[in-house]
Design a protein around this ligand. Sequence first.
Ligand SMILES: [Zn+2]
Length: 271
Amino acid sequence: MQQVLAQGAKYIKEAKALILTAGAGMGVDSGLPDFRGDQGFWRAYPLYQQLGLSFVDAANPARFAQDPSFAWGFYGHRLGLYRQCRPHAGFALILQWAARFGQEIFVVTSNVDGQFQQAGYDEAKIYEVHGSIHHLQCLRNCRPEIWENSETPVVDLTQMKAKTYPCCKFCGRVARPNILMFGDAAWQGARSAAQETRFHQFLSRHQPHSRLVIEIGAGQAVPTIRRLSQGLGREGARVMRINPREAEITAPHLSLPLGGLEGLTRLDQAL
Ligand SMILES: [Zn+2]
């Protein structure tokens, strides 16, 4: 492990650009649930286990159409959790490395929690591939608009029902989070598409071999982030995969079978 950490520290020092690719595991050390499997979801939300509902059953647009207060019970609770959450120290470590070594950072994440913005990362250099809970759209898409969610739904936690929830600012009907859900044909992807364009502009500023991808807590269940890291690796970037359960990756890339905060802390020590 010491050898891998030393090699990782060398990769960090040599990189001109850092690409941080993050999945749900990045939030675990901040105290956020990662909904890993039905059991992970039910540990976070025991009421849904009693009701026999999986994450897929709770997180889909049909649920918003059938019972918006129930759907907003789940999303309203998560919104409150994410707004209160303080990102763990690993977020700041990467910002410190970039400042110390003069690197530009871009974040690509499947997380919808807004933790990178909360931790002080530049909003213009974040690509949220599945959208953001902090933005809204009309459930019925009366207009292709996305707007910031400044509302705070009041949730009755005994029933996981929202007493109040956001409505569309154009037609007054139900609004939903601008998150790509399961079985979701109505997600407005324009905000994420604009972020993706900025990511490609960032890539065009940095030669493939000068890039270092630091992948944290991205699992195989929804492999979007892992595939992106590996694709960048094939183009010439070095990739460090930090993951306590599924860290395998082929050389010259590095595998760190550690949690996000521990992996980043130990890399920082190795620097
Ligand atoms: Zn509307």
